[in-house]
Design a protein around this ligand. Sequence first.
Ligand code: IPD
Length: 265
Amino acid sequence: MVDARALEDLAVDIAREAGALARRRRGEGVAIAATKSALADIVTEADREVELLIRDRIAQARPDDGFLGEESGAERGASGLTWVVDPIDGTVNYAYGIPHYAVSIAVVDGEPDPQRWEAVAAAVFSPAVDEMFRATAGGGAWLGDARLAVSEPTDAGALLATGFGYDPATHAGDLARLGRIMPVARDIRRAGAASLDLAYVAAGRLDGYVERGLQPWDHAAGALLVAEAGGVVTGMPGERPGRTMTIAASSSLHSRLTERVFHES
Ligand code: IPD
């Protein structure tokens, strides 16, 4: 039997320690260590160091669990649980000194594939403002002592967030999609950290979020936060969130957004 609450507590503790390290390294000055698939797809030494710390803490506490991390890849575990980790989500912000980045940690049950796993527990920590978003399956999403609930925008205006995937071939489609969702928006944000976009939807700070091109570690924790806050998170029609689409909002706004995202005329 999985003790989701214990996993959440461990994820929160590790995210807090990892966030403190990220913040300390940021204060010492950060250099881009490598550019990966695109100019916006970068890694700093701090990303690698923070992921190592997280991986080490998980291995000490839960040696039978698997791991899937942005910087160091995947390792299957014997327990059936996998820790899905983005050590610094929002690396471009982090590298440029913009204090909007997060440590994102999810624990999932089953295949390490977002189309098939069941998320069990999540922590998204924003070190610069000391905000810890956390959730367990069935136990709600929380920020401190406040239980989170998605917003239910009643008029036509919704504050939406989006992002642009790293594949330049998809950018024309991203812009066309923005043109279709603008009519239901009060305004649009591209804040640069998907896990926080999702956490903010869960907290009702954003009404909705649409992005193509996310990796599992970008959305695993945030998607559980939104679901536990009463929202809906999907991907392509009939699918869960994935690389080709992530749409998150309250049920009614989610329907309106889905209509606009997929109906191109
Ligand atoms: C990125 C951020 C960004 C999103 C990208 C992600 P990273 O994560 O979440 O907001 O638009 O798709 O890859 O690379 O900074 O961990």
